[in-house]
Design a protein around this ligand. Structure first.
Ligand code: HXC
Length: 293
């Protein structure tokens, strides 16, 4: 390639990695949130990320103004976590609020299919206003295909959803179909329609936190499984969780001798917890705590 072409390629690369631009990145940081790329840096082993689809442009808008962003608001590819291969994608809120348009959806679909073909876990980081309004029904079709992929991959490879911002409208169904969902207190919110719509339609006032915050989904609805205090802690928990999981349904889970719990250990309390009378209730948590490492 001539130097001109290499310079042009470098220029395109620089533009693409900037996402929605310096101002939008500053706004993201001011909310105490990392960017899509910074999150992948924390999640993955150093230097292991191989990006795919960096130069995919946005589809033309059906409604309103067309905005062409290289990467279309999604950073995705392959990487390693504690040496094991994974597929990852991270929605970029600085690009049209991380909303899902046609190309954004196509990128996720390709990554999901690749993870299943390779038999390796897939981790999605969600920070999105849902279906991209400007692309109309194409966005909804994108979601439908993603949900279908989620169900095909279910029970085949681990699917992990990490909610690190708003996760609105169509964006919430896919995490709901996955195996493990992580949230962060105060900044993660999962809901189908936001407080403003609820106020208009139902005349009820509700805060983001009460509608779809981390405590609601880990404490009441059961939609999410893990709650962390900040993004870095959350992404480190994802790394830890993967250490317990097999990469696919044909592998055994990784084994470690580090538990330090003697398999021959006897606990006489177990004889007291479960009553002889099968009609009597008992506290199952005591049994679990005693039996588990
Ligand atoms: C296009 C969107 C968008 C969307 C946000 N943006 N959501 N663009 N489609 N769905 C854009 C905003 O216009 C804005 O662009 C930028 O992203 C940042 O958004 P803000 O509102 O400034 O950010 P914030 O105050 O943090 O609020 C975030 C938010 C709010 C809570 C997510 O944007 C919001 O409520 N969005 C709409 C959520 C929603 O109702 N989604 C449902 C879509 S329908 P500029 O250019 O101003 O920076 C759907 C149905 C699916 O998903 C059905 C599936 C089967």
């Amino acid at each position: 390639m001539t130097n001109d072409k290499l310079d042009r390629l470098q220029q395109l690369r620089n533009t693409a990695v900037q996402g929605g631009g310096a101002d939008a990145i500053e706004r993201q940081h001011k909310k105490g949130k990392l960017t899509a790329r910074e999150r992948l840096d924390v999640l993955l082993d150093d230097g292991s990320f191989h990006e795919m689809g960096l130069f995919v442009g946005s589809a033309p808008a059906k409604f309103g103004d067309s905005k062409n962003h290289l990467g279309d608001g999604l950073v995705g590819g392959a990487g390693r976590i504690n040496g094991r291969r994974v597929i990852v994608y991270s929605q970029d809120f600085t690009v049209m609020g991380g909303s899902l348009g046609e190309r954004h959806a196509e990128k996720i679909l390709k990554l999901m299919a690749k993870a299943r073909a390779l038999g390796i876990p897939i981790v999605g980081i969600f920070d999105s206003g849902g279906a991209r309004i400007q692309e109309g029904v194409q966005s909804l079709a994108g979601y439908a295909s993603i949900f279908r992929e989620n169900t095909i991959s279910s029970g085949v490879i681990p699917q992990i959803a990490v909610i690190l911002g708003p996760c609105a409208g169509g964006a919430v169904y896919s995490p709901g179909l996955q195996d493990f969902t992580f949230m962060v207190s105060g900044s993660s919110h999962m809901f189908l329609t936001g407080p403003d719509v609820i106020k208009t339609v139902l005349h009820e006032e509700i805060s983001f936190e009460d509608l779809g915050g981390a405590s609601v989904h880990t404490g009441k609805s059961g939609v999410a499984h893990f709650r962390s205090e900040n993004e870095v802690q959350c992404l480190k928990c994802v790394r830890d969780l993967l250490g317990y999981l097999p990469s696919n349904n044909k592998e055994l889970a990784p084994r470690t001798g580090a538990a330090g719990d003697d398999p021959e250990r006897r606990d006489s309390a177990l004889g007291e917890i479960v009553p002889l009378d099968p009609g009597k209730p008992y506290e199952i948590k005591g049994v679990i705590t005693s039996v588990m490492d």
